[in-house]
Design a protein around this ligand. Structure first.
Ligand code: NAI
Length: 464
């Protein structure tokens, strides 16, 4: 049995970042990890999908835009297997990076499954380790199927992102159930690699948590690229065969059959809370199955046991988990960290064009009966977007009429994921829309569209 100040269960972006910060603050720290460091994000999530999305982007650029860009190409062959292998190298590199950071910060990595024991103890294999100050739960989430309609993940015809990331070739056809971030990103990838893609979403529009106008641009772009997009669609039943799956899908008042070589389940994730000794140690769960935490401290119902990342509740995003990790480490070390602003966590879907947002959607502003003004600037009017042949998209800023507060911002653009942070920083520091515009934006950049959207919300747009 070893004793540490802090034991973190789970080495994903929430857990390993928490461990680094705890070690930086002088705490003797251990991380328990049963698989590779970096968790879902690094190994089978954010990082490898970004590598595949970059390949998909290049395929689209070459097949659709090369001629207009003055490049003649022939014999183009998109090989998913090769792209997949590169994505594995990138994931591997990042996981090794996390290993290096553990060593650099003198963090002990305990290999195995961590089971929480009463009294701030953690069992790993036959050994029981004790935390003097705190245990941090960061066990993350996993994919889930829809067993109610016969769609259990069988890893051959019915797959999840876990399997999609290791396919040697793109399937001839794929039906993707769920058009949140996972479903929409894989639709983009497989379409580029030649699969016939059907994207099925239960809610009335794809990317349903995003602003309706953002969803519209992506749905249009996907249809233009030949994908079938079924929103407001219900999968009634599934016939799972050895070589293909047939789904009965009800959409727009009629039922149609969708047959595909593979079905990709992207209808949300389940959190990892089972068989981890939570109940026995006094860690309670919420009605929705997340670990119950005091939102001000992220402490669970068991004193000295904290919880961060996906398992602590939505949004299930790596960057939210990492921030919680830093916050909890500082709290455990006796510091007074800044409170986490959960209404200021950016959301990004890395399809092409990318969708990024912060704060409220226009629909939410309407529901809350806020007095707001929308400012919008289309990329068709932005010089840099035109120069790059990437004019699909817009920037939308929602401004509180009385105080100029940035209520929400929504960007659809080739580099929306990078652009959104201007508005994240602005909101974090309570800058007004007027103050964002005051900052001189370099010309020509896509970011000028942000300044223009701000101006538009004040009735002073310059370039439309
Ligand atoms: P999600 O919850 O974001 O989206 C699932 C979608 O499936 C929803 O739109 C839901 O309405 C739909 N759905 C549920 N049941 C359905 C059914 N029976 N038929 C049709 N549609 C159905 O879950 P997702 O995309 O699997 O992602 C899981 C988590 O991981 C999310 O919290 C997500 O934000 C996060 N993530 C973030 C990424 C990013 O930041 N780019 C990338 C991938 C995942």
């Amino acid at each position: 049995m070893a004793t540490f100040d802090v034991i973190v269960i789970g080495g994903g972006p929430a857990g390993y970042v928490c461990a680094i910060r705890a070690a930086q603050l002088g705490l003797a720290t251990a991380v328990v990890e049963k698989d590779k460091l970096g968790g879902v994000c690094v190994n089978i999530g954010c990082i490898p999908t970004k590598a595949l999305l970059h390949s998909a982007y290049a395929v689209n650029l070459i097949t659709h835009d090369a001629k207009a860009l003055g490049i003649e190409v022939s014999g183009v062959k998109a090989d998913y297997g090769v792209a997949m292998k590169r994505s594995r190298q990138v994931a591997e590199q990042n996981s090794k990076g996390a290993e290096f950071l553990m060593k650099k910060n003198k963090i002990t990595v305990l290999r195995g499954t961590g089971i929480l024991q009463p009294g701030k103890k953690v069992k790993v294999g036959p050994d029981i380790h004790e935390a003097k100050k705190a245990v941090v739960i960061a066990t993350g989430s996993r994919v889930k199927g829809i067993p109610q309609i016969g769609l259990e993940i069988n890893k051959t015809t019915v797959i999840s992102s876990d399997e999609a990331l290791f396919l040697e070739k793109a399937p001839a056809s794929i039906a993707i159930i769920g058009a949140g971030a996972v479903g929409s990103e894989f639709a983009d990838i497989f379409n580029a690699f030649g699969s016939k893609v059907t994207l099925i979403e239960a809610l009335p529009r794809i990317l349903p948590i995003e602003d309706a106008e953002a969803s519209d641009v992506i749905a249009k772009s996907y249809r233009k690229r030949g994908m079938t997009v079924l929103a407001g669609a219900k999968v009634l039943k599934a016939a799972v065969g050895a070589a293909e799956v047939t789904l009965d899908v009800e959409s727009g008042g009629k039922t149609e059959k969708v047959t595909a070589e593979k079905v990709l389940m992207a209808a949300g994730r389940a959190v990892n809370t089972e068989e981890m000794g939570f109940k026995e140690s006094g860690v309670q769960l919420t009605d929705r199955g997340f670990v119950k935490v005091n939102l001000a401290t992220l402490e669970t119902t068991a004193p000295g046991v904290y919880c961060i990342g996906d398992v602590a509740g939505p949004p299930m995003l790596a960057h939210k988990g990492s921030r919680e990790g830093v916050f909890v480490a500082e709290l455990i070390a006796g510091h007074k960290p800044h409170a986490i602003k959960y209404d200021n966590v950016p959301s990004v879907t890395y399809c092409h064009p990318e969708v990024a947002s912060i704060g409220l959607t226009e629909e939410q502003c309407k529901e809350k009966k806020l007095d707001y003004q929308v400012g919008k600037f289309p990329l068709t009017a932005n010089g840099r977007a035109r120069a790059s042949l990437e004019t699909d998209g817009f920037v939308k800023v929602i401004r509180d009429k009385k105080y100029g507060e940035i209520l929400g911002a929504h960007i659809v653009a080739s580099h929306a994921s990078e652009m959104i942070h201007e508005l994240v920083v602005a909101r974090e520091n309570e800058y007004t829309v007027e103050e964002v515009d005051l900052a001189i934006h370099a010309h020509p950049t896509l970011s000028e569209a942000i300044a223009e959207a701000c101006l538009d919300s004040m009735g002073r747009v310059l370039h439309t």
